[in-house]
Design a protein around this ligand. Structure first.
Ligand code: TXA
Ligand code: MG
Length: 339
């Protein structure tokens, strides 16, 4: 396994060849690292599912260089798709459209739709351009684990199974892209990210919010985004999310006798807490919370803590995205103390 730091012409050539020949490469994006393969090559895409241990009905995002590539992968593209792409690409927004015939079923988990995104990371864009391919790329972690935000996270999860990891430094945002479906008349938010509902609404006017963002999947329902039914972002330690004000949180935590537990709190809240703690970021700085979240969940896995009690973030703006990841990391184990 090679970690490639410098995207020299020679290295870019090695990476492109690998992808064009139908192999996988872990690449950085501005959100999280992705495990990339040619989206139109079923045998290349099948390697992604096998390496990650990903369920075959969970579709992949196809990474493209910009809106000029939309028509290759999607049909019946509404104007609003171009408006969103113009505003937010390259960047952390994924758009779901009707798929074109050339996109194989394995890439879309058998769905008639395809997810498209132009990533903003310079290395990702260079790699896409030099291959001239659409790159299917889920987060480069073992399925169910926290997404990787550094090359060493990828190495830890997948190092024995892949040949190349491109190291583009720590990811700018640290959580995955916002996903919006344009399949129905009213656009629908399927996964929150650093591009917020309000930002999208400014372009689309209306926006529905999928109830799966805040609720647990129950098997009777049909999901528009199959990924939402699976366990996600979970470290080995048990995560318990606590909704309460700071005083109640501290009282609750300090009474716990368990020596194997730690807490995840906001900056400045460490005073008066009698447990080991990790700091997610400032309470009102959602971007630093998203940057830190998966890194900290992975750090906790390096310790002997068996339980981690987490202060609930605010659910507005980018906070919705942080909350969405935390309730899944906690497998919906949420304690409400204030009421
Ligand atoms: O920021 C990101 O989006 C990262 C980087 C690598 O680009 N990728 C990422 O991929 O998070 P992944 O596979 O971990 O998550 C993709 C999500 C899943 O929840 C999947 O179910 C959903 O997008 N998705 C993909 N194609 C879809 C489709 N056609 N319809 C509905 N949901 C789809
Ligand atoms: Mg993922």
């Amino acid at each position: 396994m090679r970690v490639i730091k410098d995207l020299t012409d020679k290295n870019l050539d090695i990476i492109s060849k690998k992808l064009i020949e139908g192999d996988v490469v872990a690449i950085p994006t501005e959100t999280v690292y992705g495990l990339a393969a040619n989206a139109l090559n079923p045998s290349a895409v099948s390697k992604i599912f096998k390496i990650k241990g990903r369920p075959s009905d969970n579709p992949l995002i196809v990474h493209i260089s910009g809106l000029d590539m939309i028509k290759k992968f999607a049909i019946d593209v509404p104007d609003i798709a171009y408006k969103l792409a113009e505003k937010f690409w390259p960047g952390p927004l994924t758009i779901i459209l009707k798929k074109s015939n050339i996109v194989p079923d394995i890439t879309t988990g058998g769905l008639g739709s395809v997810a498209l995104r132009a990533p903003a990371h310079e290395s990702a864009l260079k790699i896409i351009r030099s291959t001239n391919l659409g790159l299917a790329a889920p987060s480069a972690n073992i399925s169910g684990k926290p997404s990787p935000t550094t090359a060493s996270h990828c190495q830890k999860d997948l190092g024995s199974k892949i040949d190349i990891i491109v190291d583009g430094g720590p990811c700018n945002f640290g959580i995955e892209s916002t996903v919006v479906s344009l399949l129905d008349k009213t656009p629908c938010l399927l996964r929150p990210g650093v591009i917020t509902q309000d930002q999208i609404k400014k372009i689309t006017g209306k926006l529905e919010i999928s109830k799966n963002i805040l609720e647990k999947y129950t098997s009777e329902e049909t999901l528009i985004s199959p990924g939402m039914k699976y366990k996600h972002y979970a470290p080995d330690a048990e995560v318990i999310l606590i909704k309460s004000n700071l005083n109640n949180f501290i009282n609750y935590i300090n009474k716990i006798q368990d020596k194997n537990c730690a807490v995840l709190i906001f900056k400045g809240e460490e005073k008066n807490i009698n447990k080991p703690y990790f700091i997610l970021g400032s309470k009102d700085d959602f971007i630093s919370q998203s940057q830190n979240l998966f890194r900290i969940l992975r750090e906790i896995d390096e310790t002997d803590f068996k339980k981690i009690y987490v202060r609930c973030p605010e659910i507005s703006g980018v906070g919705l995205a942080v909350y969405n990841r935390l309730i899944r990391a906690a497998n919906f184990n949420i304690i409400n103390i204030d009421d």
